[in-house]
Design a protein around this ligand. Structure first.
Ligand code: C2E
Ligand code: MG
Ligand code: MG
Length: 601
């Protein structure tokens, strides 16, 4: 036998490509075992010295796995690397390629690929001798005789496990948040895109925001903030074990997607429970509350992209936040429309400010004993370019959220002071009429507010005692210490302070006594029940008036719409009234004309 004899010969009446294409794995094995079917195999001459030994040695020191088979995949030779890594016996000739390397359904794909393209390259994970997985880049080439006949297969495999591990680590870094180990925003969106591609899929996406996280981070430091985020992430992982996908999508924002039909109340309760117990960070106990926005995926309402689903959860969280601290909101299409509308409103508000589309209207207040106009409330109006008027209720919250309330509020204050001064100049007899301006919580919290107010008052020339600032109960009570200090500073300027919509917020009578307040404005909802059969309403208004008198505060009834209400308020000893019965909010000139006309009775 020649030293370098071929390892196989072709059957007499069929090409090996035919064989490879036509035979299933099982059939190949059967034929091989029965030793039939014309396939005459020659063996590597293991006893031959010289070049054959040299080749064997060269192959044995190679780091690549080299396997040589007959045309149907029966192993004729395996080098040392292949034997060691794949745990093959020294006499590897009892093995079949499909068993050691190309097992499973992919094996058949390899055979057909070889048949058509003459070579196959691919990657596969196979178990090592020690049970760990090895990632191999594999080439399978038909070995051909000089006449083109296939007499076997040469398999060369290269261990890429280290590369693959590195690639995977890198991919993990790119798709996961380094701090918490949860998926990052991009990865969440990608996974959601994949899930939502199935139009029958259903599930729920929760967006979770840690309330006051910034306060924690600012007061205890960045490192403490990070620890809180890590601790929260691990509690979240425990609350949602299994198939739910968890992600950190922003600074203090987390997301959880749970596939399948979901009970949204149950999901929100799980998040709330995870946040309830205090977190211990650097020895400090930190209490947090969370806001959760939930968007449900159902067959009837099935967003197509992850980004859309995330936007829906965002709209829901926005809605939940606008209702106060903590709690959760569930997306419904109407909320989505409102949220989209908010963006448009913000854009339009900037234009309105630039193009001076705002107006201020003035609603008079009368003294209930004399009928004389003793004051007015400045109320903002927005006249759109097409002439329609928008109510402040429809845009003030967006102005608050965007911070546009600061320049808008300053402008209203300037107008109100200017008109009050015009009144004094044009109608000297009525010169001491007060002017009330509504303040937003954002203005009150602004560090420059007092200074700006002092500036506007000074520039307009108005006596600050004629300026009345209206604040709601919740603005004051939410952070009582800060607002007490703030109200004292406002009082030092000489301005008066009124509590607006009194009775609708969570008023604390104990604090009311301590605050430098001058006026209580009794909310319209109580006034509307006066002079009706509703004795409770009368009792409440009576109590408020008595309380105010005890605290030496003036009372103004809001939203007085009928003569009967007015008469009842006079009887109960209320000081002043404001409402459509007296006059609607009026444009500047009409308001001045009304004041010029004198007392209304
Ligand atoms: P508010 O301060 O309680 O103002 C009274 C609201 O009741 C005004 O609504 C007024 O038009 C309305 N009103 C007055 N009399 C009656 C009545 O007899 N019946 C009824 N049904 N309503 C009456 P408006 O002008 O829509 O303002 C709504 C709220 O927007 C105000 O409530 C105030 O909180 C806020 N606001 C208005 N202008 C400003 C502003 O310049 N700055 C800030 N921060 N808030 C403002
Ligand atoms: Mg008001
Ligand atoms: Mg009010």
């Amino acid at each position: 036998m020649p030293e370098h004899s071929p390892i196989g010969v072709r059957p007499s009446d069929a090409t090996h490509d035919d064989l490879i294409v036509d035979l299933t794995t099982a059939e190949r094995r059967r034929r091989f075992r029965s030793g039939g079917d014309n396939v005459a195999l020659l063996r590597v001459d293991t006893h031959a010295g010289g070049l054959a030994d040299q080749l064997r040695h060269a192959l044995d020191v190679a780091t690549e796995l080299v396997i040589v088979t007959d045309p149907v995949g029966h192993v004729r030779f395996a080098n040392r690397a292949a034997r060691e890594h794949l745990d093959l016996p020294d006499d590897a000739q009892t093995c079949e390629l499909v068993d050691v390397l190309l097992h499973g359904p992919a094996g058949d794909a390899v055979w057909s690929a070889i048949a058509t393209s003459r070579a196959w390259h691919g990657e596969r994970s196979v178990p090592r001798a020690d049970g760990s997985m090895m990632h191999l880049a594999i080439s399978v080439r038909p070995a051909r005789t000089p006449t083109g006949d296939t007499h076997g297969l040469t398999v060369i495999a290269h261990d890429r496990s280290e590369h693959v591990a590195l690639e995977r680590a890198l991919a993990h870094q790119l798709t996961h948040d380094a701090l918490t180990g949860l998926a990052n925003r991009q990865h969440l969106l990608l996974q959601l895109d994949r899930t939502l591609a199935d139009p029958t899929s259903c599930g729920a996406l929760l967006l979770i925001d840690i309330d006051e996280f910034r306060t924690v981070s600012n007061s205890l430091g960045h490192e403490a903030g990070n620890r809180l985020l890590m601790a929260f992430a691990s509690r979240l992982s425990r609350a949602f074990p299994g198939d739910c996908l968890l992600a950190r999508v922003g600074g203090d924002e987390f997301a959880v997607y749970c596939a399948g039909p979901q009970d949204v109340d149950g999901l929100a309760a799980r998040v709330e429970q995870a946040a309830t117990a205090p977190f211990t960070v650097h020895g400090d106990e930190i209490h947090v509350s969370v806001v959760v926005g939930i968007a449900v995926v159902a067959a009837s309402d099935h967003p197509q992209r992850g980004a859309e689903l995330l936007r829906r959860a965002d709209a829901a969280i926005y809605d939940a936040k606008s209702r106060g601290r903590g709690g959760f909101g569930v997306f419904d299409p109407a909320v989505g429309a409102v949220a989209a509308g908010r963006l448009t409103t913000a854009r339009e508000l900037r234009r309105a400010l630039r193009d001076q589309e705002f107006e201020v209207h003035y609603q008079p207040k009368i003294a209930l004993d004399t009928g004389a106009i003793t004051g007015a409330e400045a109320l903002i109006r927005w006249r759109l370019p097409d002439g329609t008027m928008r109510s402040p209720i429809s845009f003030l919250d967006v102005a608050e959220d965007t911070g546009l309330i600061i320049p808008i509020g300053r402008w209203v204050l300037e107008q109100a002071c200017r008109v009050a001064e015009r009144l004094r100049r044009d109608l000297p007899r009525t010169g001491d009429i007060g002017m009330a301006v509504n303040l937003s919580v954002r203005q009150l919290g602004h560090p420059d507010f007092i200074e700006e107010l002092a500036q506007v008052v000074c520039t307009s020339g108005i006596d600050p005692r004629r300026v009345e600032l209206e604040l709601t109960e919740s603005m004051v009570m939410d952070d009582i210490d800060t607002s007490t200090a703030m109200l004292h500073r406002l009082k030092q300027l000489g301005t008066h302070i009124a509590i607006d919509d009194f009775g609708t917020g969570h008023s604390s009578l104990r604090y009311l006594q301590r605050l430098p307040v001058d006026v209580l404005k009794i909310d319209r909802s109580f006034v509307s029940g006066l002079a009706t059969d509703d004795a409770d309403q009368t009792a409440i208004v009576t109590a408020v008036i008595h309380l105010a008198q005890a605290l030496r505060l003036k009372t103004v009834a809001e939203g007085v719409e009928t003569a009967a209400q007015l008469a009842e308020l006079r009887r109960l000893g209320c000081d002043a009234a404001q409402g459509y019965f007296v006059a609607r909010p009026l444009p500047e000139d009409e308001f001045l004309a009304l004041v010029a006309a004198g007392p209304i009775w």
